[in-house]
Structure formats: structure tokens, C-alpha cells
Design a protein around this ligand. Structure first.
Ligand code: SF4
Length: 971
């Protein structure tokens, strides 16, 4: 034993020396030598642990550790699969210490990936419906039958110029660019997303400032962290951010949280503000006004980087175009936003707001902030919440500074893949209608209403990682169109598990979970760039043993596939002879005329498009693909710094042409664009020259990808496209502002999610289901007395504009009086007689139609059941909450396009006969509400300044060719 320990000690010392020579962190060995947090990567081929089940016997278990990334939220944290070398099965998942974003740490949903792998209710084979849609009849079919049938439909549609009848609707992308590439290769504008029911409100505010739609806060180095969300438990990139926020707090950073309910995040804040929903922008403006009035802003930053000269010229033509004149005007712009005004709007005291404003002022450049779903997703004008939040950053000069907030693309890297298809030449009006020219993303949640209005039809409609009937507002309108074959010709659900939408599909196609599929991704989680690789871990483990795996189905359970190989095969069959011009994007470079494999796709991408990776891999005698399969993530750079300050190289300025306000244009070719489709590129000038930078104090600098090249305090886009009154950061009173509520109405806050659940995917993770399975309505005790509700557990009826739901009450002082709250994660259901879905989280329901609308009633609660997993017999709960989203009408913000989730509701004791989980919805009323909100818009046909449908510089996930932007002739 002593010798053995001596040998291990020598190996550990050697590994430490090797790591230190490479300038890397060394992870001490675990197991029998040292206690340590993570297995050192030198020992991932044969990692030894003692079997807990064999205790007290010391039985060794040998594992191959294979990295992948978690698919249970957008963070893409690293996971290590522990593949048992004896059984060849995955034993468990833990964190991957080599992942620069998550650094070995995960939330509860990461390790619960093992539940999804072993889920007894998962779909294992391709299925085709065998009766009317939604009748519950299914038959097993082969992948070949599915592929041939779908390929024939799509090929016919393309040949008949029905490109706009093909749509791929994406819920959680979980990857960077593969699906967009597929859609573009087919020449269709068929990419749809979930973003307008999620983050468009947050994105829009940042977009109009920076030309980039996401913030990348450097929380770890911040002095003050300002969050308008429950960021520590469920915010965007929450685990990677939460660990850095925690790190900053340990160094003395102050955390300010705006959240109407007492979230876990609020409970950790130094300042918890619980504002009236929709008043957040007023608070931000009061703080901004304080910075302005006390001259606590960074004048030099504002002078150099704001587009104040453009603003003065457009809005104050009498004023001299000087910074002094601008400062004078600025000093009056927000003068009405006193602490007293913000207090009256928000219900937070003026004294508290003043104290918080002083804390913010003291942060200087070390002020990091984030606002994503939450208030920006809840309110009419919610996008001004993030626009006014970034106003604070822009005043402080805390932009791309250590401890400040970066534009996200500076902290993200999307490699260019092989064979990049061109921009499609068509425009999909079902996703990008004329009424919403400035919508941040596709108007996805209006699709049922557009189809009902006869604006188009879909021949073939795919959903992947998406459950529109459950996730969207007004899900029963979705159900109505998905059941109608005249509106949706063929409905295909790509999903690992049953869900409320898949029940109405024509084909249900089983896809792998996070450890059974390939994807790459890179997300802004600190001031650096990394790329990570999701992979089928059993494939990688077997290949490490020397086996050849040609198709991921060889290692996945049943006939579960992965999307990459599915899309390649489908695209090949759509265009078998290459005559449609599609096949060339799926041909091997190494073996011309043969099909591209995923190995070649990722091998090419890692070898050609990721700086530094080939050299790093070669140092270990590996190819870049082998290196990524072995370690799972690669840090490309750290400390991007202030990219906007970089000087434009002289060669790009050889033919520089000045534009207005210092913008510089050039005919020189752009530096290599890593994105498949440039997302935020500002439009060229009249001569077709591209913007190369902006002159600041006589020096051409990179600047920001806005039309002006500067941070846009005043947006020429908003002003020019019909919304001049909102061109500055400002305050728009919400549709649930107290003045908009009838007597007896309160605000229902419906946007929060639970730390241990993730929409509908996590219902197939038994550990998570046991942790969180219900969603009572949070009610303040004072309100409960007013509503006649006796106590926690009483049934309440919550009525919206189109129906009602019945839920249990939870009396708590953790919610602002006058506001109720309900998490949107619960209330999963399956149709009586249909597949089981998720046994521990789905109630069995009946759907009944009457002249008054739909009634959803519980036939049976969740409970214990027989399955291959004995734990399914141990389900002790029956309350799985209520599906409140069904009772929400669509409420699209006329500018950002974001669905405004908050609801004006009436709450009262349930009526005799009401049962927990009951739902009633009138979809005719829902359509009328849609039409009313449509009336708030200013369509492109009447406001477009240049004959286009949409400003070309705004982002689109798949951007059509420039000619497709032209307004139709009848507009
Ligand atoms: S935060 Fe949790 S759910 Fe999200 S990727 Fe990381 S481990 Fe997975």
C-alpha cells in the first residue's frame, strides 16, 4: 500500500509539474491520495471510486470520464459523465472542472441529467399517429419511412415555390448555428424561435443602446451588482453568473435586487426593492437623474461615446452642437424622475431609493447589471426597463470595464462552419409581420392567430425543444390550429419526451438528451471567450476504446437519434441529386460527393475556426476534435477589454470615407466574420461601403455596431420608424399600471421560474420532480383577507380576460400587497387515453368544448405507477400545480414584440364544484384580445422611412438577403 501511494504521489507530482508548465490550474488528485473537488483530467481514462452500495466492503468502481454540456438551461455548464468501464453505462453526471464558464459547478438540474437518460417514460422509437390528431393512437415507424416522407413533402414545397410553408420552430436553441445553417441551406426563411415569450423585452433595450442585444456583466470584479431578476437562482446563465456574484460578494460587493417577490436572490441582496410591477424603469430613471443632477457620471465617457451630437442635431436644431449644450439639456431631461416620483410609482420609499442611488454612484466603473426576463418580459414597454438600466451603466462609463457590463458578442465566440449557405431570398410574414418592424425576434406566439386570420398556412412544421401548447400564452388557440390539417399540413415534434404539443403531432421523433447529442456553444459568462462541445458521451467513451461509431443511434437507447445527423440525412434526401442546390452544404470536403459526417463537420470547425485550439491540441498529440471530445471546452481568450476603443488598422482606412457624426465607411473587405449570418451589422452607406469604425477625438476606433457607431442614447431607428416619443431611454406605463386596473383587479406576476425546474423538459427528471412539483398562488395575508381566503391550501379562482384557473393559495409576506404570483413551471397534463408523458408530473385531463369555450378538467392526479424504474412506485405527491398560461391572452408589445406576461386578474375563493387545476378558456375572446393589441402597432407600410420592412441592421437569427427586405408592392 505504501508503495502504491508512493507511486500515485509521484504521478500526481508529475501531473502538477506538467500543468504548471502549461500555465494551468492543477487539480489535486482525489480518491485515495488527496481530498479534492474534482478528478484531475490526467486520470479521466480510469477514474476509481469506491462503490457506495458495497460499503463497508471496499469495492472499486472504474470509470471513463467523458465531458459534455448540460442541456437543462441556456447556461451550457460543463458535465462529466461517469461511464462505468464494466457495464458501459453512465453511472452519474458531475461538473467538468475544465469548463471555463461553470468551472466544475452545476445546479441541481445538471446531475439530474441521469434521470433524463434513464427516464422510463421517454420516447424510444419514431412514431406516426394512427388516428385523428390528438386521438392518442400511435404506430412505430422506421427512421427511413419518416425521412422519406418528410423529404418528399419539403422537396415538393420547394419545387412549387412554397418556401414559406416550411417552418422549424425552436424552443431552447442550446447550440450556436447548426439549425440556422440548415434552414438557410433550404433557402427558406423558416426559422422561428421562442424568444418573444422569453427575452425580447430585455434584449431590445440593450440592442438600441449597443447594437448588440445582450449584456455580459463582469460580476466577479464588480463593486455594485444591480439585478432586475432572480438572477442567482434562475437568471440568464445563472449558475456561471451566480458563482461570480458570490465571489464578488465575498470581496465586499453590494447586491441590489429589484423583484416584487422575495426570491432566493432577493433574500441574498444587500438592498431588496419590491416595486409595483412595471415601475422598474421609473426607479432606474430616478437613479440616473440622481447621477446627472449630482454630476456623478463619467463626463468624458459620455462625451466620447454617446451619440449626443446626432441627438442635438435631430431634436434640438437650435442648440449649438457642443457637449456643454448637451449637458445642459441632459440636466433637464429626467428632472421629473425624482425619488418621490419613483416612490409613488413603485411603492418603494424615496429614502431607500436615495440610499440605493448613492451606492450606485459609488460604484464608478465597477457597476455590473443584468435584466432579462422578469420585468422586461412582463410589461407593456418592458424593453425600457433594460434601456434605462443600461442608461445607468452608460452614465457611469461602466461599459466594457473590469467589473462593468460588456456587449455580449465580445464575450462569445461562434465559429464559422464548413459550407456556409447564403441568406435566403424570401421573407416569412407569419414570423416577421409588417405590423412589428422593430420586433426583436419572431412574433412566434401570434402564429395561431395569423393562421386563423388566413395570412398563410404551413405545409411542414417542426418543433424542437419546444412545447408551444404549454409554453406560450393562449395555448388552446395553438391546440386548435395544430389539430387543423388545413392550417398545418404536417406537424413534426422532435423531442426526447412527450409533451402537451407532441400529442397533436403527426410524427413524434425521439431526440437525445444532453448526453446523447452533438452541439457547440459559447455564452457570455465573464470577460473572455470560450467554446464548449456537447457530445454523445457513450459514443466518445467507446471511441476512446478504439471502436468506430458511424451513427449516434448505435449508442443511444432504443432508436433515439440526435438532431445533427437527422438534419444532415433529411437535407440529403430532400435533394438527392443536388439539383436544388441543397446537397452541396452536406457534402464531405474530404470525400467529395459523399455525405458529411458529424465528425467531419465538427473536426473541420475546430480545426479551421477556433483560434488556438489546433495548437493546444497538437501539444498533446491530439487533433482538435479529439481534444474537444476529451476535455469538452476550450478557452479562446480572456480579458477582451474595451473592444470599442480599439483603433481601426490603417489598411482598413486606406479608402476611408467619412459618414455623418464621425462614422467611417470603407470598401475594404470585412475581417473574417465568425457568424454564419451577420447578426448586428450596420447597413452600408449609399455607395455600398461597410462601416469600419467611428472617429473619436480624431482617431478611428472600432466603436459599436449601431448605425452611428456610438452608444445610442437617442435612437435614430426608433425615431425614424414611427416611435420618436420613445427614442430616448424612458418610462412607459405598463398595461398593469395601477391606473389601468379596474376596481378589484390585481396584478398576477407570472414570469418567474423555479431553481430546480426548467419549463417542460425537467418533468422527466425524478429528483427534480420530488424537489418541486407545484405552483401555489403567492398571496399577501392582507390581500387574502380581502379576497375571503382563509389560509394556505385554500382553493382560489384566478380570472383573466379570457378565462380562469383554480389553484391553491400560499399566504406569504414575501409578495407585495396588491400583487399575486404564480410560477409558470407547473400544471403539466396529458390527455386521457394518451401516452403517459411524465408520470410524476402530469395530471390526466379531459378537454371539453362548449359554446363558452374550452374546459380542462382533471381526471386523475399524478401518482405512483409501475415502470422499469422502481422509484415511480414511490411518488408520494399528487399536487402538480396548474397550467396558468392557458388562461393568458396574447399581449404583444408594439415595439419589441415581446409578449407582456403580467396579467390583470381577479382573485376570489373558489366556487363550490371548482377543483384544483380546473381551467376554462374562451379562445374567441382570446382572438379578440389579439386584435385589440394588434391595433397598438404602427406597421412598416406606414412608417418605414426607406421602403423596407425592417431596419436591416437589427438582428435576425437567419437574416434574409437584402432584396427580401423590400416592402411588398401593395404597401
Ligand atoms: S445552470 Fe444548471 S441547468 Fe443550467 S446548464 Fe448549468 S447545471 Fe445545467
Amino acid at each position: 500500500m505504501t508503495d502504491e501511494l508512493g507511486e500515485l504521489g509521484r504521478r500526481v507530482s508529475a501531473a502538477r509539474a506538467a500543468a504548471e508548465a502549461r500555465g494551468e490550474t492543477f487539480y489535486q488528485g482525489a480518491s485515495r491520495v488527496h481530498l479534492a473537488a474534482f478528478p484531475p483530467r490526467e486520470r479521466w481514462d480510469d477514474w476509481v471510486e469506491l462503490s457506495s452500495r458495497a460499503w463497508p466492503a471496499r469495492e472499486e468502481k472504474h470509470y471513463t470520464l467523458v465531458p459534455t454540456t448540460c442541456f437543462n438551461c441556456e447556461s451550457a455548464c460543463g458535465l462529466l459523465a461517469y461511464v462505468d468501464r464494466e457495464t458501459g453505462r453512465v453511472r452519474k453526471f458531475e461538473g467538468n472542472p475544465e469548463h471555463p464558464g461553470s468551472r466544475g459547478r452545476n445546479c441541481a438540474k445538471g446531475p439530474a441529467t441521469i434521470n433524463q437518460v434513464t427516464d422510463p417514460d421517454r420516447i424510444l422509437y419514431p412514431l406516426r399517429r394512427s388516428g385523428p390528431r390528438g386521438s392518442g393512437g400511435w404506430e412505430r415507424v422506421s427512421w427511413d419511412e419518416v425521412l422519406d416522407a418528410l423529404a418528399a413533402r419539403i422537396r415538393t414545397a420547394l419545387l412549387e415555390s412554397r418556401q414559406n410553408e416550411i417552418m422549424v420552430h425552436i424552443g431552447r436553441p442550446g447550440e450556436d448555428g447548426f439549425t440556422e445553417r440548415v434552414v438557410a441551406s433550404w433557402g427558406v426563411d423558416g426559422h422561428n424561435s421562442h424568444t418573444n415569450v422569453c427575452s425580447s423585452g430585455g434584449r431590445t433595450g440593450f440592442q438600441f443602446w449597443m447594437g448588440i442585444d445582450r449584456p455580459s456583466p463582469d460580476h466577479a470584479n464588480a463593486a455594485v451588482i444591480y439585478l432586475i431578476s432572480a438572477h442567482l437562482e434562475s437568471g440568464h446563465y445563472f449558475n456561471p453568473h451566480a458563482q461570480r456574484i458570490t465571489q464578488a460578494r465575498a470581496s465586499g460587493a453590494k447586491v441590489i435586487v429589484l423583484d416584487t417577490r422575495l426570491s432566493n436572490t432577493a433574500s441574498h441582496a444587500d438592498y431588496w426593492l419590491a416595486p409595483q410591477p412595471g415601475s422598474e424603469a421609473a426607479i432606474n430613471l430616478a437613479i440616473a437623474n440622481h447621477l446627472i443632477q449630482t454630476q456623478a457620471y463619467d463626463r468624458e465617457f459620455v462625451r466620447r461615446w454617446w451619440n449626443w451630437a446626432e441627438y442635438l442635431t435631430a431634436c434640438h436644431p437650435q442648440a449649438p452642437v457642443t457637449f456643454a449644450a448637451f449637458e445642459e439639456i441632459l440636466s433637464g431631461l429626467y428632472a421629473e424622475f425624482t425619488f418621490e416620483f419613483a416612490a409613488a410609482e413603485s411603492g418603494v420609499s424615496a429614502e431607500t431609493l436615495a440610499e440605493v442611488a448613492d451606492v450606485v454612484a459609488g460604484a464608478g466603473h465597477r457597476f455590473s447589471c443584468h435584466s432579462w426576463r422578469s420585468a422586461a418580459a412582463g410589461n407593456l414597454g418592458g424593453w425600457q426597463v433594460s434601456r434605462t438600466l443600461f442608461l445607468i451603466s452608460a452614465l457611469l462609463g461602466a461599459v466594457a470595464t473590469p467589473g462593468g457590463t460588456f456587449p455580449n458578442t465580445w464575450n462569445k465566440f461562434v465559429p464559422r462552419p464548413v459550407h456556409v449557405p447564403p441568406h435566403p431570398g424570401v421573407w416569412q410574414e407569419l414570423s416577421w409581420p409588417l405590423e412589428y418592424p422593430l420586433a426583436q425576434n419572431e412574433m412566434s406566439f401570434l402564429l395561431p392567430h395569423f393562421l386563423k386570420d388566413g395570412r398563410g398556412r404551413l405545409d411542414t412544421y417542426f418543433i424542437r425543444v419546444y412545447n408551444p401548447v404549454w409554453t406560450n400564452p393562449d395555448g388552446l388557440s395553438w391546440m386548435e390550429v395544430l389539430r387543423d390539417e388545413s392550417l398545418v399540413g404536417c406537424f413534426v415534434a422532435l423531442t426526447p419526451t412527450w409533451n402537451e404539443s407532441a400529442y397533436f403531432a403527426d410524427y413524434v421523433l425521439p431526440m437525445g438528451v444532453g448526453s446523447e447529442r452533438h452541439d457547440t456553444h459559447s455564452y457570455e459568462q465573464y470577460d473572455g471567450q470560450w467554446i464548449a462541445f456537447r457530445q454523445p458521451v457513450l459514443r466518445a467513451a467507446r471511441e476512446r476504446r478504439g471502436e468506430k461509431i458511424a451513427d449516434t443511434r448505435e449508442v443511444n437507447p432504443g432508436e433515439v437519434w440526435e438532431e445533427n445527423e437527422f438534419w444532415i440525412e433529411l437535407s440529403w434526401r430532400i435533394d438527392p441529386d443536388g439539383s436544388l442546390g441543397i446537397r452541396r452544404y452536406y457534402e464531405s470536403v474530404e470525400r467529395p460527393g459523399e455525405k458529411l459526417t458529424v465528425d467531419e463537420y465538427y473536426g473541420w470547425l475546430f480545426s479551421h475556426s477556433v483560434p488556438g485550439l489546433p495548437e493546444r491540441a497538437a501539444a498533446e498529440g491530439l487533433t482538435p476534435l479529439q481534444w474537444m471530445r476529451r476535455y469538452g471546452a476550450f478557452e479562446i481568450s480572456r480579458g477582451q477589454g474595451a473592444v470599442h476603443e480599439q483603433e481601426v488598422p490603417p489598411e482598413e482606412l486606406a479608402d476611408a470615407h467619412p459618414g455623418p457624426f464621425g462614422r467611417v465607411y470603407t470598401a475594404a473587405p470585412a475581417p473574417a466574420d465568425p457568424n454564419i449570418v451577420p447578426q448586428g451589422a450596420p447597413v452600408p452607406d449609399a455607395a455600398g461601403r461597410r462601416p469600419a469604425g467611428v472617429i473619436v477625438d480624431g482617431v478611428a476606433r472600432r466603436g459599436f455596431p449601431t448605425p452611428s457607431g456610438r452608444l445610442e442614447f437617442w435612437s435614430s431607428t426608433l425615431a425614424g420608424w414611427g416611435w420618436p416619443e420613445h427614442a430616448l431611454p424612458g418610462y412607459i406605463r405598463s398595461h398593469v399600471h395601477p391606473s389601468a386596473l379596474d376596481a378589484g383587479q390585481v396584478v398576477l406576476l407570472s414570469t418567474f421560474r423555479l431553481p430546480t425546474q426548467i419549463h417542460t423538459r425537467s418533468a422527466n427528471a425524478k429528483w427534480l420532480d420530488e424537489l418541486a412539483h407545484t405552483n401555489p398562488v403567492w398571496i399577501h395575508p392582507g390581500d387574502a383577507a380581502r379576497f375571503g381566503i382563509g389560509g394556505t391550501g385554500d382553493l382560489v379562482r384566478v380570472s383573466t380576460e379570457i378565462g380562469y384557473f383554480v389553484a391553491k393559495a400560499w399566504l406569504t409576506e414575501g409578495i407585495r400587497p396588491g400583487v399575486v404570483a404564480c410560477s409558470h413551471h407547473m400544471g403539466r397534463w396529458r390527455l386521457d387515453g394518451g401516452p403517459r408523458g411524465a408520470g410524476g408530473m402530469m395530471a390526466t385531463v379531459g378537454l371539453d368544448r362548449s359554446p363558452d369555450g374550452w374546459a380542462v378538467s382533471r381526471h386523475a392526479p399524478a401518482g405512483p405507477y409501475e415502470s422499469a424504474d422502481p422509484d415511480s412506485q414511490r411518488i408520494w405527491w399528487s399536487d402538480t400545480g396548474v397550467h396558468q398560461n392557458l388562461t393568458f391572452a396574447v399581449q404583444p408589445d408594439p415595439i419589441s414584440g415581446m409578449h407582456c406576461w403580467h396579467q390583470a386578474v381577479r382573485v376570489r375563493r373558489a366556487e363550490p364544484g371548482d377543483r384544483h387545476g380546473d381551467i376554462a378558456v374562451d379562445t374567441a375572446k382570446a382572438h379578440a384580445v389579439y386584435q385589440r393589441w394588434l391595433g397598438r402597432t404602427r406597421p412598416a407600410g406606414s412608417v418605414s422611412p426607406d421602403g423596407t420592412r425592417r431596419p436591416q441592421w437589427l438582428m435576425r437569427p437567419v437574416k434574409p438577403a437584402a432584396e427580401a427586405f423590400a416592402l411588398p408592392a401593395d404597401q
